[in-house]
Ligand binder design. Sequence first.
Ligand code: PMP
Length: 449
Amino acid sequence: MDRTYLIKPALNADYPVVDYGKGIYLYDLQGKRYLDGASGAVTANIGHGVEEIVEAMKKQAEKVSFVYRAQFSSEPAEKLAEKIANSVPGDLNWSFFVNSGSEATETSMKIAIQHWQEKGKPTKNRILSRWVSYHGITMGALSMSGHPARRARFTSLLEDCPVIPPPYCYRCPLGLKPEDCGLQCARELETAIRRIGADNIAAFIAEPVVGAAGGALTPPAGYYIEIKEICDRHDILFIADEVMTGFGRTGTMLACEQWGVIPDIVALGKGMGAGYAPIAATLASERVMEPILNGTKSIMSGHTLSANPQSCAVSLAVLEYMDDQSILKEVKRKGDYLMMSLEQLNIEFPFIGDIRGKGLMIGVEFVEDAVSKKSFSRDINFTARLVNIAQELGLLIYPAGAGIDGISGDAVIISPPLTISLKEMDELVVLLKSALTELSLQLNDTREV
Ligand code: PMP
């Protein structure tokens, strides 16, 4: 090809061209094999080329791919909504289907605001969020994202939703120690609510395990119980952005379940279609929907392709496949195994600062100095170099970190398809070790020069 007409993430980069995928592997047109240690962007949760999903896609495409949701409902959409309601905890019984995680979080904020309007409380319209977070790239979703690098160009168009620090125990933003911090980072929400006034706040949104912005930041055990209690006490809805963590990534349908917390609204995406079709959802509880059902009787949001039967049939097939193969049952064991293998690498590579995560969403943070936890200088470009070296060696890993010196520094997420075997996991770790060794050599060379 002489030139490209396609706008890709890095316009000056030569991307390999994919040919096909099977299981946890992808193959490019040159026949080179890549172990998908990231499930793309924590998306291909059941691996590539699964026959059952391809069959379901074909069957639905032969019937009907698209109907407009204001004209028809469809069996796949109805069945998917029912199956999700039966698979998640509590009474999160209502699903609004959209096409991306950003649309799902943006719809969450709209449903939250509408909920209070229908209850006669129109001033309750602010959404609060945390720094070191990512909720999506559309303006509403970006407003909620505590990700300075992604906000920078658009600040004049964005609302200031991020108001509290994240639960980032490795680098506690409040300078406390997890053993005796009294969950001060959760209590900061109460302080923010008092400052802004509960009468002005519709909801608080958080990623149960922080993904792209932090690299699988995992809060201490009682954190979400405290957050939910604060939200309830002040009549503020709790939105869990489970776009990355949901649909089994951490071993349960929702990550929040593992802390015994049921959100009022949930955003799902990524694993919902497992990469076979674009689909995402906003789930709402009976309590959230009640004033809307008794009031306007319609959600003021939607997209042309919302709830299209093709994507819904895919997501339904993904859920059925996950049930048939008992995929969730194995996630914790596999995650523990991965964590243990990464701990071994920690001994060998002094620049590994922290390893954290839940289920098969594991973050590794890198530091120049493990004792002081000093981050690498931005010029070193540690994360991008590691990700590129790994890809050259045939391993895909997901870059994370908000790119702010001393805050979230350099990190990657290791998140292979949930279907990975332990033998394949060993191969992943060997490849990662080779990439770390190569980068280590390069860094030593630079230092000696
Ligand atoms: N929320 C979270 C937690 C995410 O990880 C992402 C994507 N990285 C999004 C929202 C946005 O999803 P999408 O890219 O599908 O719009």
